[in-house]
Ligand binder design. Structure first.
Ligand SMILES: [Zn+2]
Length: 528
């Protein structure tokens, strides 16, 4: 063998040999995760019993109570709700019925948008098209919307679905995502043909769009519209993807009732209007702004570390977000991620594995409104992003692991630019290659300047090691993500078992390796 190659090989061997991989522990974790899984029980309680879990809604609070009881039953300490805020008003809907009654009867599939009011009883009337894009459009519709259902979008062009709705990454796709790296591309891991990513709207542009939407809603309300109708932003075939219509800020005006319909039903109404055939709709929506505290909370619990010296003061965190949207029951977004974290905790406690560092589970809220719960938590506990003034735990957190991309099994992990962790994760993933977890990506990912996507980016935003697992896409984008079909039956039990085992194994190793996980240099303060 070439002397250089031999040296390199020895170097690589030493590198991976430094990472202790205890196959006895892997075996015990797999056995506990696969044979004694509670994953689908957890999904049942989080989704069927307490879902949906819109932040601060009664479902969210009920789910949090259930999580605390469950964590305590596993022997966790310091289980509590950690407040953050303000978040805004609590909202729920308790009744939705929607029908076309003329020219023929048809029940209409849809649901009300969050933070919009009810109809105050049964309302019926005609639908009219009113496509309002700017304030200049108000003139066209003045005096024409009183007592009408307002159709705010052109009919949707729907094409036949020829691709399977659900899929897993192929090995080739996994390899491409880990190795087709061009640091000059906006998305270094996109397919080579993707080109630069579309520019994101600036915060100012987003605020302007928000203000315009409030004005348009106010116009519809002032004109006396009964219900504002749209089709969801994605999906067809009875699957409706939609989120909020109004504001959780009590200072903002309450919009008119707003509903998203499946596009096939929306289109039928639009075609009848275009043919000047009289249509009559009848809706009954009950929705409430519930008042109560404007603060929200993250659910926290700990397995105290038992390591020598200061080891037990050090932390390993794992989690997902407990809140959801309200069209379905938040099963894949993100009861699955919460379940994987809860299962990992159950596995570690059931096996009574020694854990040097303290394990802390955190189930966030306000994720769907912009990672609000995790952003508040990391700034309270670890470092204010603006000043980078450090809290007492900043130098004690080894790593945070997050699961929030649906039901798909773990196919690898994203380094988020922290390529110092690569050889460590390589060694840890090895015993899970046969279960499909092989990829390590994100070696050249840009630093997090604005948290986005999901909660581990709140950690990387302040320079802490935060990692998200790469999951099979399944039917997240086509069927479940923020839709009325985000429900129990779309969750794949085997995938949750695999993910729970890997989560437990990563947390176990992070708790017990001699050093904390390597971390990147902290970001500069935004202001002094
Ligand atoms: Zn989510």
């Amino acid at each position: 063998m070439h002397r250089f190659l031999a040296a390199l090989l020895i170097g690589l061997l030493t590198l991976s040999a430094e990472e202790k991989v205890d196959l006895t522990v892997v075996n015990r974790i797999k056995y506990e995760a696969f044979e004694n899984s509670k994953a689908m029980d957890d999904i049942f309680y989080l989704a069927d019993v307490h879902g949906p879990r819109l932040t601060n809604s009664p479902g969210h609070r009920g789910a949090a109570e259930w999580v605390m009881k469950t964590l305590e039953s596993y022997g966790l300490k310091n289980v509590h709700l950690e407040k953050w805020g303000p978040f805004g008003q609590s909202w729920k809907y308790t009744h939705y019925s929607a029908h076309m009654v003329e020219p023929q009867y048809q029940p209409l599939i849809g649901f009300p948008l969050a933070w919009t009011p009810g109809t105050n009883g049964v309302v019926s009337g005609e639908p009219v098209m009113a496509i309002v894009k700017t304030e200049a459009d108000f003139e066209k519709y003045k005096g024409k919307l009183k007592g009408k259902f307002v159709m705010t979008q052109e009919p949707k062009a729907i094409s036949m679905v020829t691709e399977p709705q659900a899929r897993r990454w192929t090995d080739e796709e996994l390899r491409a995502r880990a190795t087709n790296v061009d640091p000059a591309r906006a998305n270094p891991f996109g397919p080579p043909t993707a080109g630069p990513a579309a520019p994101q709207p600036t915060p100012e542009a987003r605020e302007a769009a928000r203000k315009l939407a409030i004005k348009i809603n106010q116009f519809f309300k002032d004109e006396g519209a009964l219900v504002v109708l749209s089709y969801g932003y994605n999906g067809d075939g009875g699957t409706v993807f939609a989120s909020s219509g109004g504001s959780r800020d009590p200072k903002d005006p309450v919009p008119p009732p707003m509903v998203a319909l499946t596009p096939e039903h929306y289109n039928r109404i639009a075609r009848l209007i275009a043919h000047k055939i009289p249509v009559k709709l009848q809706f009954d929506i009950q929705a409430e702004f519930l008042g109560g505290p404007e603060e929200s909370f993250n659910v926290i619990g700990e397995i105290p570390g038992t390591g020598a010296g200061s080891k037990k003061e050090e932390l390993v965190m794992l989690g997902g977000h407990l809140d959801s949207w309200h069209g379905g029951t938040g099963a894949t977004d993100n009861a699955t991620g919460c379940t994987v974290a809860i299962e990992a905790i159950r596995i570690l406690t059931a096996l009574k594995l020694p854990l040097d560092r303290t394990i802390r589970i955190a189930l966030w809220s306000g994720e769907e409104q912009g990672l609000l719960g995790s952003k508040a938590y990391v700034q309270e506990r670890f470092a204010r992003r603006d000043t980078m003034q450090l809290g007492p735990e900043y130098n004690k957190l080894s790593a945070y692991y997050n699961d929030d991309t649906g039901t798909g099994k773990f196919r690898g992990i994203n380094l988020g630019g922290n390529d110092m962790a690569r050889p460590i994760f390589q060694a840890w993933l090895e015993p899970f290659h046969d279960l499909g977890a092989t990829a390590i990506l994100g070696a050249t990912a840009r630093r997090t300047t604005q948290p986005g996507g999901t909660d581990h980016t709140s950690f990387t935003w302040i320079g802490l090691p935060g990692f998200g697992f790469l999951q099979d896409p399944m039917e997240y984008q086509t069927r479940t993500h923020h839709s009325n079909m985000d429900v129990y039956d779309r969750v794949q039990p085997g995938d949750l078992m695999q993910a729970s085992a890997i989560m437990a194994w990563f947390v176990y190793n992070t708790a017990n390796r001699p050093e904390m996980m390597p971390r990147m240099a902290p970001p500069a303060p935004l202001k002094k």
